[in-house]
Design a protein around this ligand. Structure first.
Ligand SMILES: [Mn+2]
Length: 326
């Protein structure tokens, strides 16, 4: 059912052994909001574990408080009386973490994806929030005193999901929450440094390879590029090093829709879609089995060749641009 903030707060207060889960291919909002809610529950006296069911890109580890996070294997065999799933538009997004609470629904689902179906007992899913971390902050400030780690983890979620306060989702509330977190000691500098300034020589080489594949269509309003499995092998990079690449495509002047295809391993193509002003890319992603936000969405296609995914998605994006009338 759809839940109010009061209902969620009351439910979390009852937790004794809690599990907080984020999504696969984690971003700063999943990492920050899961670690933050885990800290909040521990401050309340619960035994709480925060789980990210996938590899965490190394540079997020530079942010204090992320060391609280565990993988699925470390938590197998444990039992929990309260399960909260965060920032995940669909239960399939939590990967193997589903094994940690067999035969039951999550007790609490907190999210801001428009595509969220509300798969928990209590669902607080509001696309009006720029980040799930903002929802966790609404809960946290009703329950516990803040310290720097907690505030900084929440700021990580907000900063990364708003592209460091430059997306259309940024409103007065986003800045107000950021100011509140700053008052509690959160610093934007270490977050920006970890997330935006972590490129290595091999990542730059991969970025150059990606830009060699750049194509522009629809009068320059659609831009796309790919990173193939072969490029990953050639440069010695892995997938997490493509973080931020799609933003580089969107940064082109005049581009409305940007798409990055990453092939890893062969036969599996991850598609990141971004738009600037008009096109709802979450609809494109959803039609292809994925999900997300109007300006940032994604899906995974299982196809024999990378080019098959490119053809399918570019066709859908072109149609969405035409439909938007630009
Ligand atoms: Mn998010």
């Amino acid at each position: 059912m759809k839940a109010t903030l009061d209902q969620v707060v009351a439910r979390l207060k009852r937790a004794k052994r809690a599990l907080v889960v984020g999504h696969i291919r984690p971003d700063g909002d999943a990492i920050g909001s899961v670690a933050a809610l885990t800290l909040i529950l521990r401050k309340l006296g619960a035994e709480a574990e925060g789980c990210i069911p996938d590899r965490i890109p190394w540079f997020y580890r530079e942010i204090q408080g992320t060391e609280i996070l565990r993988g699925v294997e470390e938590l197998r065999g444990r039992t929990f009386d309260t399960v909260a799933v965060l920032d995940s538009s669909d239960i399939s997004r939590i990967g193997d973490a589903i094994d940690l609470f067999p035969d039951r629904e999550p007790d609490v689902v907190l999210d801001h994806h428009v595509t969220n179906s509300g798969f928990g007992v209590l669902n607080l899913c509001d696309p009006g929030y720029a980040a799930t971390a903002m929802i966790v902050h609404e809960i946290g400030k009703r329950l516990v005193p803040y310290d720097r780690d907690l505030a900084e983890l929440l700021l990580l979620g907000i900063a990364t999901d708003t592209g460091f306060f430059k997306y259309a989702t940024v409103d007065e509330r986003a800045f107000t929450v950021a100011a509140e977190l700053t008052r509690h000691g959160a610093r934007i500098q270490p977050i920006a440094s970890a997330v935006l300034e972590h490129r290595t020589p091999k990542t730059i080489r991969l970025l150059v390879e990606m830009f060699r594949t750049l194509r522009l269509e629809v009068g320059g309003r659609l831009a796309y590029a790919y990173v193939s499995a072969d490029m990953f092998r050639r440069t010695g990079c892995d997938e997490e090093e493509t973080e931020g690449f799609v933003g580089e495509i969107r940064a082109l002047h005049g581009v409305e829709v940007a798409i990055l295809f990453t092939e890893w391993p062969e036969g599996e193509v991850h598609v990141s879609l971004r738009s600037k002003n008009y096109v709802d890319v979450s609809r494109v992603a959803r039609a292809l089995g994925g999900g997300g936000h109007p300006r940032a969405a994604g899906c995974t296609l299982h196809v024999p060749r990378l080019q098959d995914a490119v053809t399918t998605v570019v066709e859908a994006a072109r149609a969405a641009l035409v439909e938007a009338g630009i």
